[in-house]
Write a protein that binds this ligand. Structure first.
Ligand SMILES: NC(=O)c1ccc[n+]([C@@H]2O[C@H](COP(=O)([O-])OP(=O)(O)OC[C@H]3O[C@@H](n4cnc5c(N)ncnc54)[C@H](O)[C@@H]3O)[C@@H](O)[C@H]2O)c1
Length: 341
C-alpha cells in the first residue's frame, strides 16, 4: 500500500457500513477505525449470511452497532443522512438462493439499495455511496481479462439485481449528482468470512472442511477458473475508492488479475491446512447452467484512478487465512458462542 495515498482523508469522517458484521463489512470497519473514522455498522443478522459478532470483537468499543435491515426505510434514512460515506455491503449474497427466492433477492439487493440512495438524495449533504457489486454482473466472459467495457449478461438473479443496484447508483449520480462508486468484486477470501455454509465464499468453505477432516466436494473436474482476491486488498480498494476524486460516478473491477484453475486453488488450501480429501462429484441440478467457466479481470482502471494494486498472491493469502482459522474456526462454526466473547 503506497504510503503517499491520502488515507488521512478518512480521519474524522462519519462512515456507515451496511452489512457491517459480515466478512467484508467488518474487515473494512477495522481499517476505517484505524484510519480515525467514526464508524456505524448496520446489520440485520440474517440467516444464512456471514454476520458474526466475533468479527468486531477487537473494535466493538470503537464502533456503533445497530441491528437493523436495509429494507427498513425509516431506519435507513436518518443513518444515511448522518454519514459522510456509506459503504453499502448488505446483500442477499447467495446465487442459488437468488434463483430459489428471487423476490427476497430483489427486496434486499434492489429495494435495499434504493432505500440507501433515496436517503442519500434527500439528505442536505449527500454522503458518497460506495457499492459492493459483483463479477456476476458480467456473466460468462466473451473476452478475457474482463474489464469495465465488457458487456453485462448475468446468468442468475443475484447478478441481475446487483446490476440493477449499480444502475440505480449511476442514475442517481447522473440525475442528482450524488457521489457514488461501484466496485465489482471477484471471489474474495480470507479471515472473517463465514465458515458454516458452502453457497458462497467457497475457498473458505473448503478450508473449513479440510480443518474438520470432512471431504472437499468439487463439482465436475474443477477445471473452471476464477480470480481470487484477498480481503485486505479488497478493503484497501474500498478505502481508496471512497476518498479518491477520480472514482466518482465510476465502476471498477476488483480482483487479483490472476486466472486460477479451481482445482489448483483447492490444492493450495489442502497444502496450507496440511490435510484434506478432495472428492469430485457431478454438478447438481441446474447449478451447471449458472456456473461460469472462466473468469479473470483487468484492474487497470482502478489502478490508474487510485494507485491500488492487489498485493497478496494466492499462496500467501491462503496461508494467512489458514493461520487465522487454525485459531478461530470454532468461533465461525458457532456464532452464539462467538457472540459472548
Ligand atoms: N465475498 C465475496 O466473494 C463477494 C463477491 C462479490 C460481491 N460481494 C458483495 O460484497 C458484499 C459483502 O459480502 P460478504 O462476503 O461480506 O457477505 P457476508 O454474508 O459476510 O456479509 C453480508 C452481511 O449483510 C447482512 N445483511 C444481509 N441482508 C441484510 C439486510 N437486508 N439488512 C441489513 N443487513 C443485511 C448479513 O447479515 C451479513 O452480515 C455483498 O454486497 C456481496 O454481494 C462479495
Amino acid at each position: 500500500m503506497a504510503a503517499s495515498f491520502p488515507y488521512h482523508r478518512l480521519k474524522g469522517r462519519s462512515v456507515l457500513i451496511t452489512g457491517g458484521l459480515g466478512f467484508i463489512g467488518s474487515s473494512l470497519a477495522h481499517r476505517c477505525v484505524r484510519l480515525g473514522a467514526e464508524v456505524t455498522l448496520l446489520d440485520a443478522c440474517l440467516e444464512p449470511y456471514g454476520w458474526n459478532p466475533f468479527n468486531i470483537r477487537e473494535i466493538e468499543r470503537d464502533v456503533r452497532f445497530i441491528r437493523g435491515d436495509v429494507r427498513d426505510r425509516d431506519l435507513v434514512t436518518p443513518l444515511v443522512g448522518q454519514a459522510d460515506i456509506v459503504f453499502h455491503m448488505a446483500a442477499q449474497v447467495g446465487r442459488e438462493i437468488s434463483m430459489s427466492d428471487p423476490r427476497l433477492d430483489a427486496e434486499i439487493n434492489c429495494t435495499g439499495t434504493l432505500n440507501v440512495l433515496e436517503a442519500a438524495r434527500k439528505s442536505g449533504q449527500p454522503p458518497r455511496v460506495v457499492f459492493a457489486g459483483s463479477r456476476g454482473q458480467a456473466g460468462e466472459p466473451e473476452s478475457m481479462p474482463v474489464d469495465e467495457t465488457h458487456p453485462d449478461r448475468p446468468t442468475d438473479i443475484y447478478g441481475i439485481n446487483k446490476l440493477a443496484g449499480e444502475k440505480y447508483l449511476l442514475l442517481y449520480h447522473h440525475v442528482y449528482a450524488l457521489p457514488v462508486v461501484s466496485l465489482r468484486l471477484n471471489n474474495v477470501y480470507g479471515p472473517r468470512c463465514q465458515m458454516h455454509a458452502g453457497f458462497y465464499g467457497i475457498l473458505n468453505w473448503f478450508m473449513a472442511n479440510a480443518m474438520q477432516e470432512k471431504p472437499i466436494t468439487v463439482y465436475g473436474d474443477g477445471s473452471q477458473t476464477r480470480d481470487y482476491v484477498y480481503i485486505d486488498d479488497v478493503v484497501d480498494a474500498f478505502v481508496r475508492a471512497a476518498v479518491s476524486e477520480q472514482t466518482d460516478g465510476e465502476v471498477f473491477y476488483v480482483g487479483s488479475g490472476v486466472e486460477t484453475v479451481f482445482i489448483e486453488m483447492v490444492r493450495e488450501v489442502v497444502r496450507a491446512v496440511g490435510k484434506g480429501e478432495i472428492v469430485h462429484i457431478p454438478f447438481p441440478g441446474s447449478r451447471e447452467k449458472i456456473d461460469i467457466r472462466r473468469f479473470v479481470v483487468s484492474t487497470a482502471k482502478l489502478e490508474a484512478a487510485t494507485g491500488w494494486k492487489a498485493e497478496h498472491d494466492l499462496r500467501i493469502g491462503i496461508e494467512k487465512t489458514a493461520e487465522y482459522y487454525k485459531k478461530y474456526l470454532w468461533r465461525y462454526l458457532n456464532r452464539e458462542v462467538s457472540g459472548k466473547g
